[in-house]
Write a protein that binds this ligand. Structure first.
Ligand SMILES: [Mg+2]
Length: 116
């Protein structure tokens, strides 16, 4: 599977099948899944904790660290997809709608090169 050839539906199905094969649906409620997203995000942040700004690029050059970062990104994605599936949220339209809202909140002419 690769981003260029995989749909969100296929990713969601991959996660849903994993959950169904283990009969974990009762545990995949919104509380557990939203908590799990935050926990996995914290695990991702752990890889950058205490690094100075000038050390951040080194993570990408370290194959072992990148493999660990890649796994945490996958954990976050799996829980996010499961959350969206459980809550019947269409991820693509939710993201597109929020980006439109963000574009209104942060007009490119005003925020180019700055975030505050
Ligand atoms: Mg993890």
């Amino acid at each position: 599977m690769h981003d260029q050839t995989t749909t969100v539906t296929e990713l969601m199905q991959l996660v849903d099948d994993f959950v169904a094969q283990r009969q974990w649906e009762p545990f995949h409620d919104p509380k557990n899944l939203s908590t799990s997203i935050a926990i996995e995000a914290a695990e991702l942040m752990e890889h950058f904790q205490w690094l100075r700004t000038d050390q951040l690029d080194a993570v990408q050059e370290d194959a072992k660290k990148m493999a660990q970062v890649r796994e945490e990104v996958a954990d976050i994605a799996a829980y996010l997809l499961s959350f969206a599936s459980t809550m019947e949220i269409d991820l693509s339209s939710a993201l597109a709608d929020k980006m439109k809202k963000n574009a209104v909140k942060y007009p490119k002419e005003e925020y180019r090169g700055r975030f505050g």
